[in-house]
Design a protein around this ligand. Structure first.
Ligand SMILES: NC(=O)c1ccc[n+]([C@@H]2O[C@H](COP(=O)([O-])OP(=O)(O)OC[C@H]3O[C@@H](n4cnc5c(N)ncnc54)[C@H](OP(=O)(O)O)[C@@H]3O)[C@@H](O)[C@H]2O)c1
Length: 288
């Protein structure tokens, strides 16, 4: 049995769908079965547990051979990962695929990279077989700017002129599904990127081409970006760490383009224009 954590979230839900398309039965660990009902299906069984309460994990892990460990971005993530890995080992799980992040390491210059670095180290030291999935920023993060693109035909970020190789979560899911279901991926660390490194100005041009109206990118200072995220209701911890992530992006370190989507996910990577086309309704202006 394969167990997914985070299977109701942005990336995990696509991983679950990718496994279902391959007709692979799997189990999805959810906090609230009723709330998660829509994510159940012919190939997906739900099990209730909470990564912050390790005593709830034994039932979820019963009979599991392989697990995808995806934790939400939160201050608790390293502890949740530590507890899950220990419980998984105790339950006889043989292989853990960790959903990590681009550039993860104990000494990464960005907070999320260091946090994932801790989880990776815990897994490496556990004696379990592992694969690290290290995706770059998701295309889907731009859905957070959909209201601004709709109403003001603009989006803003403290991105400067940097280029980064953001990726569609459907491509990350394709890689994850193959890694979870076929041999040959143990001990690998896959940096997963989109097909090209783009600046935010180039991203605005792609929005404009697909939506048929001019979309502008507004470069903003860190303070303004953080204030805007807080005003939009984002918790202070998340807003601060997101600004820290953009500082990392601005260093130009997240521009590498890899071929793991083609090689492991066995598909052509989705271009940013295609993502916008697929979600055009979310970005369309009034009256569109
Ligand atoms: N966004 C990016 O650009 C990006 C890039 C690279 C890596 N990442 C990494 O991707 C991960 C986040 O992925 P995502 O954006 O797909 O996540 P997400 O949409 O925020 O979903 C989080 C998932 O975790 C579950 N969850 C939260 N707390 C839990 C708990 N205590 N016990 C059990 N399940 C819990 C949620 O379940 P509920 O339905 O119960 O809430 C949900 O399924 C983070 O590790 C982040 O660092 C993100």
């Amino acid at each position: 049995m394969i167990l997914l954590t985070g299977g109701t979230g942005t990336a995990g839900s696509e991983i679950s769908k990718a496994l279902a398309r391959m007709e692979v039965h799997h189990r999805s660990l959810v906090r609230d079965r009723a709330k998660a009902a829509a994510s159940a299906g012919e190939y997906v069984e739900l099990v209730e547990a909470d990564l912050s309460r390790p005593e709830t994990l034994a039932a979820a892990l019963d009979g599991v051979e392989k697990a995808l460990l995806l934790t939400a971005a939160s201050p608790e993530a390293p502890q949740q990962e530590r507890d899950f890995i220990r419980q998984a080992k105790r339950a006889g799980v043989r292989y853990v695929v960790k959903f990590s992040a681009y550039g993860a390491s104990l000494n990464a210059p960005h907070f999320f990279g260091r946090q994932h670095g801790q989880g990776e180290r815990e897994l490496e030291d556990s004696g379990l077989a592992f694969t690290m999935l290290r995706p770059n920023g998701f295309f889907q993060n731009f859905l957070g700017s959909a209201a601004s693109i709709q109403s003001r035909s603009a989006f803003h970020a403290p991105a400067g002129g940097m280029k980064y190789s953001a990726v569609d979560v459907r491509d990350i899911a394709a890689v994850a599904a193959h890694v979870l279901t076929e041999p040959g991926h143990q001990w690998q660390r896959y940096t997963i990127t989109g097909p090209e490194a783009l600046s935010h100005t180039e991203i605005a041009e792609r929005f404009s081409q697909v939506l048929g109206r001019t979309i502008r990118y507004l470069d903003v200072p860190e303070d303004a970006a953080q204030d805007w995220l807080l005003a939009a209701g984002m918790p202070a911890w998340t807003a601060e760490k997101l600004v820290d992530l953009y500082r990392y992006y601005r260093s130009g370190a997240a521009a590498e383009v890899t071929n793991h989507v083609e090689r492991v996910g066995r598909k052509a990577p989705i271009a940013f224009q295609q993502f916008v086309r697929d979600r055009a309704a979310a970005f369309a202006g009034p009256g569109a």
